[in-house]
Each structure stands twice: as structure tokens, then as C-alpha cells.
Design a protein around this ligand. Structure first.
Ligand SMILES: NC(=O)c1ccc[n+]([C@@H]2O[C@H](COP(=O)([O-])OP(=O)(O)OC[C@H]3O[C@@H](n4cnc5c(N)ncnc54)[C@H](O)[C@@H]3O)[C@@H](O)[C@H]2O)c1
Length: 320
């Protein structure tokens, strides 16, 4: 298959590339503006004749994106490009308007213009907002509390209308927190930096009681491909995750253990880490379990593996 991955130099996108290129029948093109992604995540693929990287901004370089679609003749697009740093857009909401929503709109437009008929979309638990309810796929009303969640929900809405209007078959996969090698942002790097700053303590945003499911990236990529290959509705939508959770206080302890460091953990207090943070959520996974997929790693397990993997990267970047 001829495959386009947007955001392919990012954390999850680069793992997806690895999986898709393991099948010699596939050719993969990625587009990424490297705003959050890293060349290092894909440099092991650069010599592969089935792999093509185009550095471009989907919103600012629509003409170049059009050329990529013209040349690519894609069978399917995996759209992962977005602002993945949720806290960042509190001060500047246009980050999510552009990188989370408009990227989706421009990708859909190119698919319409060039007749590409399959889209797999990286959505998120953030569309559900902040609620103690168990989140099943048909839960509503959907009231996101972050600009990021709003940008993803608006993306889902346009995917639905493009599916209806232009016959673009779509898979909306709602990820929980994802951890693993090549993370580009988020809590683990934040903790590593704070420990290395050597202030004598580790500061944790909020009261540490934030409790969420963390899925290991390789489990997630397998789930994305499993859902795509095993469902065939016009619009397919699934929660993906693990049926266990990890508290932020526990992540801090795992980080200190794996770094071999002892620090007092100081909590800044309050139930959430930042404005727009959802301190607790719990997914219903009945739909994806019934389809036949279950994560191999528990949430705690995923966090521990991810800490080990990312510490190696963090130390390498530190000594560059
Ligand atoms: N990591 C998670 O915990 C998580 C959870 C839920 C959903 N998701 C979604 O999964 C997808 C991948 O997330 P990730 O963690 O790999 O994040 P990431 O930041 O590592 O990857 C996103 C990529 O998109 C690129 N990008 C952003 N704006 C762009 C633009 N305008 N043009 C071109 N490229 C652009 C970035 O450079 C980056 O490489 C995102 O859509 C994210 O919202 C991630």
C-alpha cells in the first residue's frame, strides 16, 4: 500500500512507520514540520527505499502538501500531526486551532481533491472533557476543557462530514496517555529535567493524585492497525487503552527509582496539574475488547518501560 503518515517524525508516528515498513509491500511517506518531532526518531529509516520524508508545515505549506498528494497516490492517510503539548496552548489558543484542527481540515481537503478514500485519525480522551463518568464511545455531551481537546473534537466532526459528503472511510481512534521510547514531550522528560536540575527535591504539579491509564506505544500501534484492519463501517470509532491506571505520585517514584536518585517529592497542590488538565478519567474498553484486542502491558508496566527507554534518550541528548 501507499501510505501517508502526518506527524511521522513524532513519538507515535515514528513507531507506526516502523510497523508499516516491516511489510515490504508498503511504501510510507511522512510529512512533519519538526516543530515537536525529531529527525532522530526516523533517521534509521532514511536509507529505506520504501520511505520518504517531506519536511513541511501542513497549514502553512498547503501547495507543497498538494504536491505530496499528487505524487503519492495514497491508499490511506494516518493523520497524527497535531500540537501534542496540551499545556502549551493555554497562553496561545491559536496553536491548537492551527496544529490540531486546521491540519485535519487541510488533510481532509487534499484527500477530497485527490480522491484518497481511507483516513485513520489519532484522537484522544481529551474530547470527553473532565467527568467522573466511565467513558464509552457514545458518551455525551462532549465538553472538552482544553483547546487541544476542542481541536480534536472539531476534527472528528469534520471527519464525519467528509466521510458522509465524499465517501472517505474513516477510523477515529481515541488514545489515552501514551508512553514509550521517543517521547517528544510530557511528564517523563519534565521529571528527568527537574531531577537533573538538582534542587534537592522533585516538584510535581498538582497533588499527585491525578490517576489515568497509560498505554505502551507498541501496544497502541498494534491496536490502531488492528482496528483499521478489522472494522469496515463508513465511520469507525474506538477508545483504545488499558484497564488499569497510574497515579502521578507513582510515576514520580518510578522515575526516582529508575534514575537511582533519592529526592523529597513536593506537590504544588490542587487536583489538576495545569489549566486544561483532566486529573482522572476511565475508559470503557468493551468495544475494542469485543473486537478482539487487549493491551499486553498494564499501565504501571508501560510507565516503567517508558521511563527506562526515555532515560537512555534523555542522557544522550544531555551529553550532545
Ligand atoms: N502521546 C499521547 O499521549 C497522545 C494521547 C492522545 C492522542 N495523541 C495524539 O497522537 C498523535 C501523535 O502524538 P505524539 O505523542 O506522537 O506527538 P508528537 O508531538 O510526538 O507528534 C506530533 C507530530 O506532529 C508534527 N506537527 C505538529 N504540527 C504540525 C504541522 N502544522 N505540520 C506538520 N507537522 C506538524 C510535530 O512536529 C510532531 O512530530 C497526535 O495527534 C496526538 O494529539 C497523543
Amino acid at each position: 500500500m501507499n501510505i501517508l503518515i502526518t506527524g511521522g517524525a513524532g513519538f507515535i508516528g515514528s513507531h507506526l512507520c516502523d510497523y508499516l515498513l516491516a511489510d515490504a509491500q508498503n511504501s510510507v511517506t511522512i510529512v512533519d514540520n519538526l516543530s515537536l518531532g525529531r529527525l532522530e526518531n526516523i533517521e534509521h529509516l532514511l536509507d529505506n527505499s520504501h520511505f520518504n520524508f517531506v519536511e513541511l508545515d501542513i497549514v502553512k505549506n498547503v501547495n507543497l502538501l498538494n504536491e505530496v498528494f499528487q505524487q503519492g497516490v495514497f491508499d490511506v492517510v494516518f493523520h497524527l500531526a497535531a500540537n501534542s503539548d496540551i499545556a502549551q496552548s493555554h497562553a496561545n489558543p491559536s496553536i491548537d486551532l492551527n496544529n490540531t484542527f486546521l491540519t485535519t481540515f487541510h488533510v481532509l481537503e487534499q484527500m477530497r481533491i485527490h480522491g484518497v478514500k481511507q483516513l485513520v485519525f489519532a484522537s484522544t480522551s481529551a474530547i470527553y472533557g473532565d467527568t467522573p463518568e466511565k467513558l464509552h464511545e457514545n458518551y455525551g455531551p462532549l465538553l472538552p476543557v482544553s483547546h487541544y481537546g476542542a481541536g480534536k473534537l472539531a476534527s472528528e466532526a469534520f471527519i464525519s462530514s467528509f466521510a458522509e459528503n465524499y465517501g472517505i472511510q474513516s477510523w477515529i481512534i481515541r488514545f489515552p496517555n501514551v508512553v514509550g521510547e521517543r517521547t517528544t514531550h510530557g511528564i517523563l522528560f519534565d521529571f528527568f529535567r527537574k531531577v537533573k536540575a538538582n534542587t534537592g527535591y522533585l516538584e510535581v504539579l498538582g497533588n499527585g493524585e491525578q490517576n489515568k491509564p497509560y498505554v505502551y506505544v507498541k501496544d497502541l500501534v498494534e491496536a490502531i492497525l488492528f482496528v483499521w484492519q478489522n472494522t469496515n463501517d463508513k465511520l469507525n470509532y474506538f477508545n483504545v487503552g488499558v484497564d488499569s491506571q497510574t497515579k502521578v505520585s507513582n510515576i514520580a517514584k518510578i522515575v526516582l527509582e529508575e534514575m537511582g536518585e533519592q529526592r523529597e517529592i513536593k506537590y504544588t497542590g490542587g487536583s489538576r496539574g495545569w489549566v486544561g488538565d483532566v486529573p482522572f478519567f476511565s475508559y470503557s474498553l468493551d468495544k475494542i475488547h469485543a473486537l478482539g484486542w487487549k493491551a499486553k502491558n498494564t499501565s504501571d508496566n508501560a510507565v516503567r518501560i517508558a521511563v527506562r527507554e526515555n532515560l537512555r534518550l534523555f542522557n544522550r541528548l544531555l551529553h550532545k
